[in-house]
Ligand binder design. Structure first.
Ligand code: IPE
Ligand code: IPE
Ligand code: MG
Length: 239
């Protein structure tokens, strides 16, 4: 059952796959594979809880710096995820799309992502955004470029650029800002995730590595969120 004070939009920095694997004496790839299972579980539970939007950080603009073998493995896993999970997402009426610049990914992976988007675009359940080759700064830059091009042609008056107009050019156009950002594995950074959109998000750090983050972890985070007092720069309302 949905609690009226629950967030509409939850964003997750899925971190700690490598450490989870290392703790088990296994290669990092083992952790990434377990991370995909965790994602399946959390998407399913988010849909069951009635969360409207879920955005997950799966690959950052900086993750290309990792060893080539790890990047290739992650791309392979992504391909497998789209191939094997899209049916399940569709059956749950999840609408899925990628945010980020897919250009550097292999053509077949780009096609799978596009197929997932078109196949699920009319679904009325959870909206799942998978952030791939996503960076908050890159997102802001591409929005600035779009607006500058419109200003140059005279289509747009620069004085008319307000927050709504700017937000409408970001990859998350049309989505409400996330009320809560969860980062797993105890790290306390945003690592270039949704920089504009998280201006007033509540940050919740979960100690467990991403593969261990389960239904109970999500519910614990939501319970913590309900305890937060969100003031948005104002002062506490006297009762
Ligand atoms: C998150 O886990 C997955 C990606 C960033 C792709 P990590 O791979 O960052 O795992 P740690 O942080 O090294 O443990
Ligand atoms: C952030 O995690 C990116 C994703 C979870 C996709 P990283 O593991 O890449 O971030 P840093 O390097 O610890 O900041
Ligand atoms: Mg990490």
């Amino acid at each position: 059952m949905k609690n009226p004070t629950d967030p509409q939009h939850v964003a997750i920095i899925m971190d700690g796959n490598g450490r989870w694997a290392r703790q088990r004496g296994m290669p990092r790839s083992f952790g990434h594979r377990a991370g995909v299972e965790s994602l399946r579980r959390v998407v399913r539970h988010s849909a069951n809880l009635g969360i409207s939007y879920l955005t997950v950080y799966a690959f950052s603009t900086e993750n290309w710096k990792r060893p080539r073998r790890e990047v290739s493995f992650l791309i392979g896993l992504l391909r497998e995820y789209f191939r094997t999970t899209i049916g399940e997402l569709h059956a749950m009426r999840v609408r899925v799309l990628v945010i980020g610049d897919m250009a550097p990914f292999p053509a077949d992976v780009r096609e799978l992502a596009e197929k997932a988007r078109t196949q699920t675009r009319l679904n009325d359940g959870l909206r799942l955004q998978i952030a791939l080759n996503y960076g908050g700064r890159a997102d802001i830059l591409q929005a600035a470029r779009t607006l500058a091009a419109q200003a140059r042609t005279g289509e747009l008056d620069p004085a008319g650029i307000d927050e709504a107009c700017f937000a409408g050019c970001l990859h998350t156009a049309g989505l409400p800002d996330p009320e809560v950002v969860i980062r797993t594995s105890g790290e306390t950074r945003l690592s270039n995730f949704l920089l504009w959109q998280t201006a007033y998000a509540e940050l919740v750090v979960a100690a467990e590595c991403w593969p261990d983050f389960d239904e109970a972890s999500l519910e614990r985070v939501l319970a913590e969120y309900r305890q937060r007092e969100r003031r948005f720069g104002s002062v506490r309302r006297e009762s």
